[in-house]
Design a protein around this ligand. Structure first.
Ligand code: HEC
Ligand code: HEC
Length: 261
């Protein structure tokens, strides 16, 4: 005990403690900030509906009902189409893990093949948007300048002018689009997940959707001004001030205390 007390009074103890605290906070942040999914979708929709139904009943039926017509927890999936299932599962939003203001994205829980099977099953229940073809989402074929116009008019108020994302009300946020695959971008416009509006082909026709994809893909290699703070609004900036600002204050107090004693 005596040895410990002596060490606690050592001059370097506060500094070591401070460093440990900073390290811990940083580690926790890294854990929370687990990246988004980078799964691509298969074009091949004509898969085994029966297999998809089995996966659905084992993993989704508790919230969406055995026949996918919905229950108290989840909405009916009749008519949402393969595109919606592909988007929700490929971005790891479904199966939903925790209840919150917004289904969290993350690593997909299923393989591309399984996702396409579930998508075929849901598509078989009623007509809805299908998964876009590779050609429909090929950024090389789109016009990025026109895409920018469309994006700035229709998307930038939520997702920021270059797609970096931004905060919305009630704990919801429009995510950064830097990790989204072209297919996911197309599907998000087609299906309008949660608080995002649907942009059907009358609003933004398929060619214009591809232009938007071109524009968004072109934003990724032009990052300027160093590392971003994640762009999820005031939270990151607050954490930054908390760690650096508070750390600095504590450090100064310790320094003054050490000097006067
Ligand atoms: C814990 C409950 C839960 C589970 C499990 C779950 N979902 Fe969902 N799902 C929801 C809720 C709630 C919504 C609506 C709100 C939202 O999107 O966050 C939703 C929305 C969806 C949508 C969007 C519907 C639309 O209108 O476009 C799809 C597609 C979907 N789920 C598919 C699935 C699939 C496929 C699985 C299984 C792999 C699954 N879900 C498992 C709760 C769940
Ligand atoms: C009213 C605000 C709003 C507008 C306008 C909007 N979005 Fe979104 N968008 C959202 C929200 C909220 C989500 C997250 C939904 C979720 O988590 O299910 C989202 C999700 C997305 C995603 C999925 C990103 C991911 O993390 O997987 C893409 C891609 C996307 N939007 C593209 C667009 C494009 C392109 C437009 C314009 C044509 C647009 N959005 C317009 C609010 C918006």
């Amino acid at each position: 005990m005596k040895a410990l007390a002596a060490r606690r009074r050592s001059r370097s103890a506060p500094v070591i403690l401070l460093l440990l605290a900073l390290l811990l906070t940083g580690g926790m942040l890294a854990l929370v900030d687990s990246g988004t999914a980078d799964a691509s979708s298969s074009e091949d929709v004509a898969d085994d509906v029966a297999q998809g139904e089995r996966i659905f009943q084992a993993n989704c039926a508790t919230c969406h009902g055995l026949d996918a017509t919905g229950n108290d927890v989840g909405p009916s999936l009749v008519g949402v189409g393969a595109a919606s299932v592909d988007f929700q599962m490929a971005t790891g939003r479904m199966p939903m893990r925790i209840n919150g203001p917004q289904a969290e994205s993350g690593n997909p829980s299923f393989s591309t093949e399984e996702i396409s099977q579930v998508a075929s099953f849901v598509a078989s229940l009623g007509p809805g948007p299908s998964i876009p073809s590779t050609e429909q989402v090929d950024p090389e074929l789109g016009d990025a300048a026109n895409g920018m116009q469309i994006f700035r008019t229709n998307c930038a108020m939520c997702h920021n002018a270059v797609g970096a994302g931004g905060a919305l009300s009630e704990g919801r946020f429009a995510p950064s689009l830097f990790e989204s695959t072209p297919t996911e971008i197309y599907e998000a416009m087609q299906t309008g997940p949660q608080s995002m509006p649907v942009f059907n082909d009358a609003n933004i026709d398929p060619d214009a959707k591809r232009d938007v994809i071109s524009y968004l893909m072109a934003q990724r290699d032009t990052s300027v001004g160093g590392i971003s703070l994640g762009s999820v609004g005031p939270v990151t900036e607050g954490v930054w001030v908390w760690i650096v600002g508070m750390g600095l204050l504590v450090g100064i107090s310790v320094w003054i205390g050490a000097k006067s004693s």
